[in-house]
Design a protein around this ligand. Structure first.
Ligand code: SF4
Length: 382
């Protein structure tokens, strides 16, 4: 990128002007990471200061049985396969309750599209989880699952959301977005929920007062222009509803174990630089969302720390047993991080940790970096 173009983009960012599709594509072309990181860090700091929010959550996957066969997914199992499972409701309650002593504030529930499990199972699970853990927020189901519930129940998404909210639903999850552009989506997504239905369901959820996350699966067969298009679609929907609480770039995990279900298993994963670019450009483009989250399970802990200097201000979370992509992970990331581990990770990156709830309300602000812990400053100036 020539100096004049860099100056143009920099002026736009510092003036708080909205970036265009062409701006986003050009930003991906720069190899000046210090410059790009500085721009993203400027916006991140304007919005969120030196805070990094996190929450104490647990992921629950009620079933891995799925009618679809998405090309990037190592989690899906077909009915009757050896390690296919569907949890009894008591089992889900037992697993969730086991983490209550650790100060759990959120359950994150995502599942396969089970072909025969009846619709009534899902609100029943929520009701029983809520009865057992009344103070824990239930963030459950992707837009893809809500669309699936329409198909298996014959009900509208409107009626489905009403019943789930009555059973305790506080937020949808952000999954199923992957990459909206059809050229890419048609090659990797095997279920029937595409931009039209994904956006219809999130719009509906927002109209009912639910705030939802938004996501993007990057680093597989898409090009930067597809990522820019994806973020701009979400930004336009956010202009309309204001209902997205956060944007979460999710890094595609190739499958080191060679699981043939993951048909992209030989696809190299996005490098660390590509990951940082994706966070930085997303922060700069998605100007009307408050938070950019790094899901450390998909990035590893050290890269997760660096994303905090490239636009991210939210670190998820004290995850336990994350399966959807962790089944494919070969980076040796732990499958659980407790509150103390997260505090250490955030402080060592030079930020002030803040525990939040599902609605992004502050539960507690902690002390910032501990000068006595390290002689060398760990914060990065870009
Ligand atoms: S990503 Fe979701 S819908 Fe697609 S195969 Fe995996 S579990 Fe099924």
């Amino acid at each position: 990128m020539d100096l004049r173009r860099k100056e143009q983009l920099e002026n736009k960012v510092y003036a708080g002007e909205r970036l265009s599709f062409a701006d986003g594509v050009d930003l991906y072309e720069t190899d000046d990471m210090a410059w790009l990181g500085r721009l993203a860090h400027h916006v991140r700091t304007e919005k969120n200061g030196d805070k990094v929010v996190f929450n104490v959550n647990r992921h629950l996957n009620l079933t891995n049985v799925c009618t679809a066969s998405c090309a990037y997914c190592s989690f899906q199992r077909k009915p009757g396969e050896k390690d296919a499972y569907t949890m009894r409701i008591e089992e889900a309650v037992r697993l969730a309750s086991a983490m209550a002593p650790e100060g759990l504030t959120e359950l994150h529930i995502v599942n396969g599209l089970h072909p025969t499990l009846p619709w009534r199972y899902y609100p029943k699970v929520l009701r029983e989880l809520k009865a057992a853990l009344p103070t824990v927020a239930l963030k459950a189901f992707t837009a893809t699952e809500i669309h699936w519930f329409e198909e298996i129940s014959g009900l509208s998404a409107d009626a489905i959301l009403d019943e789930l909210m009555d059973a305790g639903l506080e937020s949808l999850t952000g999954g199923g977005a992957e990459i909206f552009d059809w050229e890419i989506r048609s090659q990797i997504v095997d279920h029937k929920t595409h931009w039209e239905d994904w956006s219809r369901i999130h719009r509906l959820a927002h109209s009912k007062g639910l705030r939802t996350p938004s996501t993007m699966l990057y680093g597989h067969i898409e090009q930067p222009r597809h990522r820019v298009d994806h973020v701009i679609r979400l930004r336009e929907l956010q202009d309309e509803t204001g209902g997205f609480a956060v944007f979460i770039p999710l890094r595609f995990q190739h499958d080191a174990a060679g699981d043939p279900r993951n048909r992209l298993m030989n696809q190299p994963m996005a490098t660390g630089v590509e990951a940082l670019k994706t966070f930085a450009v997303s922060r700069l483009l998605f100007d009307n969302v408050d938070h950019i989250k790094c899901f450390w399970v998909m990035h590893g802990l050290t890269l997760a720390q660096l994303t905090l200097n490239h636009g991210a201000d939210d670190l998820d979370g004290s995850v336990v047993e994350y399966k959807i992509t962790h089944d494919a992970d070969h980076f040796g990331t732990p499958d659980k991080m407790g509150r103390e581990d997260l505090l250490e990770l955030i402080r060592d990156a030079g930020f002030v940790p803040v525990e939040r709830d599902t609605q992004y309300r502050v539960i507690r602000e902690f002390d910032g970096p501990d000068a006595a812990r390290r002689d060398t400053p760990q914060s990065m100036v870009v």
